[in-house]
Design a protein around this ligand. Structure first.
Ligand SMILES: [Ca+2]
Length: 271
């Protein structure tokens, strides 16, 4: 039975693998009637599927008479540092995903390359999704497809595109289009996640305390005794937090915390 369920899961997972989990990733809705500016400003939730935040006039939804779009008839520009758009979508904790999007910089400032004042014609975009975040650079030469891989840590995941607060010299407008999130692999079984966590923390921190806690969690989970598995993992996360930047390097501490919390989410620990 378990083999059959696994087989069914894999079929479902492969079907899911090609489905875009985002709504309106091409920014075609709402379609706007062209005007002399060839764009409109959107605030709040007018951009279907997305939430927008702006300290100025809003997210710029434009057509190709303003600047090129990479898909369909419209794309967005996040004009002011600190402004963002975001969308929350359904995920499976522990599953892996790929976020892809097309990005460029506004050509009105010249370019490609460094362009003319007030360029450089590079736009920067801060992207945050699931357990991953990164800053991408766009160029006014044209759209480049970017990809960020992430692992979901909960049943929903929020994607945010933000114009980072950078020096005005680098403040050209980031433009994005054709955004998609697809699942690339099903969740790793909890037993395998615990094995991986044990191997990551072996030799990390003071004594064998962290490794001992993971081994204890493995014993409880094998019973299965979920409440005690949760209690041990919770104590593990607290110990990592107490040692972060001391006996455990900060980056490693964050990583093993995310890994442990992903397991806790998957098995349904009540935080
Ligand atoms: Ca589009």
């Amino acid at each position: 039975m378990r083999g059959l369920l696994t087989a069914v899961w894999w079929v479902l997972a492969s079907a899911l693998a090609h489905a875009n989990l985002l709504i309106n990733g091409g920014f075609e809705d709402p379609a706007f009637v062209d005007n002399p500016l060839h764009y409109i400003h959107l605030t709040g939730t007018e951009l279907t599927g997305w939430t927008s935040f702006s300290t100025y006039k809003g997210t710029v939804l434009f057509n190709d008479l303003y600047n090129p779009v990479s898909q369909g008839l419209q794309a967005v520009q996040i004009e002011v540092p600190g402004d963002w758009i975001s969308q929350t979508f359904t995920t499976v904790a522990g599953a892996s995903y790929a976020l892809s999007f097309d990005m460029m910089a506004y050509t009105g400032y010249g370019g490609p390359g460094l362009g003319r004042a007030p360029c450089p014609c590079i736009s920067l975009l801060y992207v945050s999704v699931g357990s991953a975040s990164a800053i991408f650079g766009g160029n006014s030469a044209g759209y480049v497809r970017e990809t960020l891989f992430f692992t979901a840590t909960a049943s929903t995941t929020t994607l945010t595109f933000m114009n980072p607060s950078v020096p005005a010299a680098l403040g050209n407008y980031p433009e994005i289009d054709n955004v998609s999130v697809v699942q690339t692999s099903p969740p790793v079984p909890v037993a395998e996640q615990l094995d991986a966590l044990l191997s990551t923390v072996t030799g990390v921190g003071p004594g064998q305390s962290l490794a001992a806690k993971v081994a204890q969690a493995q014993s409880y989970y094998a019973v299965p005794d979920v409440p005690d598995t949760c209690a041990v993992l919770s104590a593990f996360v607290n110990e990592v937090s107490a040692q972060e930047g001391k006996k455990i390097p900060q980056v490693l501490a964050k990583q093993i915390t995310v890994d442990a919390q992903a397991i806790m989410t998957t098995i349904g620990c009540q935080n």
